[in-house]
Design a protein around this ligand. Structure first.
Ligand SMILES: Cc1cc2nc3c(=O)[nH]c(=O)nc-3n(C[C@H](O)[C@H](O)[C@H](O)COP(=O)(O)OP(=O)(O)OC[C@H]3O[C@@H](n4cnc5c(N)ncnc54)[C@H](O)[C@@H]3O)c2cc1C
Length: 165
């Protein structure tokens, strides 16, 4: 995800859906949305269809955890799916394009500041990949910008990064 977000991995949305990039699960499994589970009758419902089970494993994943920080839910861009990573990549590149055109120094600095909330493995990976971009890629792509002004802030509660949970 962090490689997609920072363009280190060139991802065309069509490739994501192709077997070249990932196994197309549709060839292996039926993909349906579980709409209800009846524990008493041991039945799963898929819209109008049902399926009986003996044992049921629920593995429906997790949503981005903002740790109760309302500001993050409004301002932050999550990175839990390929599409969200592509959104992040677009935002990063658009900010750099805008920074080229803006004369207002304060706004320009805002475009060049990246703040990552949370220094768990994903935040650390993302910060490292952005550092690589700043050092090796952006100087060639944006020679007009003073990249020393690009700041990557990794914000973490507590006293060290990569905390053990
Ligand atoms: C940016 C990022 C980087 C990561 N890097 C690593 C890493 O390097 N190494 C590592 O080990 N882990 C990594 N992880 C964590 C790893 O991706 C997750 O722990 C793992 O994907 C969780 O798998 P899961 O099957 O529990 O959930 P998911 O992968 O979220 O799968 C849940 C599935 O359930 C489906 N579903 C939900 N509701 C329903 C429903 N009602 N009916 C039918 N289907 C439903 C969803 O569509 C989804 O496909 C990373 C995660 C992120 C976000």
């Amino acid at each position: 995800m962090y490689q997609v977000a920072t363009s280190a991995l060139e991802v065309n949305p069509l490739h994501i859906l192709s077997e070249k990039f990932s196994i197309n699960l549709k060839h292996l499994f039926q993909i349906r949305e579980v709409t209800n589970i009846d524990h008493q009758k041991k039945i799963i419902e898929f819209g109008n269809d049902t399926l009986e089970y003996d044992y049921l494993v629920i593995a429906s994943g997790a949503k981005t955890n903002y740790f109760g920080n309302e500001g993050l839910t409004i301002s932050a861009m999550p990175m839990k799916s390929i599409l969200e990573s592509l959104d992040l990549r677009t935002m990063l590149l658009q900010n750099f394009e805008h920074a080229l055109l803006i004369n207002n120094e304060r706004k320009k600095q805002g475009m060049l500041n990246v703040v990552i909330a949370g220094a768990g493995p994903t935040g650390v990976e993302l910060a490292g990949a952005l550092g690589e971009l700043k050092r090796s890629v952006f100087p060639k792509d944006y020679p007009e910008l003073a990249l020393s002004k690009m700041n990557i802030f990794l914000v973490q509660i507590g006293d060290h990064v990569l905390p053990l949970l």
